[in-house]
Design a protein around this ligand. Structure first.
Ligand code: ZN
Ligand code: ZN
Length: 248
């Protein structure tokens, strides 16, 4: 467990961490950026996308395959990179668990470039996978929300697509999925963990009904988190829900 200085630094308005630990590239150690332009150019890409339900059939953008259609709330899942690659794992780990929100910029921009390479129609809205408020307080930022913001700014410069931040809530404090070993445990760990925010006057349901939604997360392991979120959004009338993640 690392000590999280980020909320303190944010409050007192100085970049204490930058002073104590000068920024260096996670890959080549060059000073100045967490991921330098050169290393980001060689950041590992996932070349083949698979149906998120059966995880066997290859589909162009990660759409649910023909034989799985109707079996999943998620219409597809695009994963831009491989979590097993050491640089990818280190980057995401540093971002989330060493509390470096500045990594959202290079990672989000890189993700946007990969999304532009595939033939997927842009959504009406982005929804980041929410954190429980306890975890959000601890981390100081939602890694998925910062990625969604960067994606929204990069994909359509000039007319930024909306990022709905407080529409979907994580209502149960759950074990991090990374610590749940068995698939059954992951499933029960997340059952009813998400809900739409009961806000008025413009309800959350009105914001998602009939909408094409991209659910943004940093990592998908089994895809259970995204599937659970998609289930909630679909039952509120969302037209389609497609997961977009940095790595799987
Ligand atoms: Zn580098
Ligand atoms: Zn399938």
């Amino acid at each position: 467990m690392h000590l999280n200085l980020y909320p303190v630094c944010k409050k007192i308005g100085i970049s204490l961490l930058d002073t104590l630990f000068p920024i260096r590239c996670l890959s080549c150690n060059a000073y100045g950026q967490y991921l330098c332009t050169n290393c980001l150019e060689h950041f590992p890409r996932r070349l083949r996308q698979r149906c998120p339900h059966c995880r066997r059939a290859t589909t162009p953008c990660g759409e649910v395959c023909f034989s799985c259609s109707g079996k999943s709330s998620l219409d597809g899942l695009f994963a831009a990179s491989h979590y097993r690659h050491p640089l990818v794992a280190t980057s995401i780990h540093t971002y989330k668990y060493r509390f470096i929100p500045a990594l959202a910029e290079p990672l989000g921009t890189w993700l946007a470039e990969r999304v532009l390479e595939i033939d997927l129609p842009l959504p009406d809205v982005f929804i980041p996978v929410p954190l429980h408020k306890r975890r959000l307080r601890f981390r100081g930022f939602n890694q998925s929300e910062l990625l969604a913001d960067t994606l929204a700014e990069t994909l359509t410069p000039g007319s930024v697509l909306p990022v709905l931040q407080n529409c979907l809530l994580r209502t149960r404090y759950t074990k991090p999925q990374i610590k749940t070993k068995v698939r059954e445990e992951r499933l029960s760990n997340l059952k009813n963990a998400f809900a739409l925010a009961p806000e008025m006057p413009l309800g959350s349901e009105a914001k998602v009904r009939g909408k094409t939604i991209w659910l943004i997360d940093d990592v998908a392991t089994t895809g259970t988190t995204l599937e659970e979120c998609a289930r909630v959004l679909k039952s509120a009338g969302a037209k389609s829900v497609f997961g977009i993640v940095l790595a799987r």
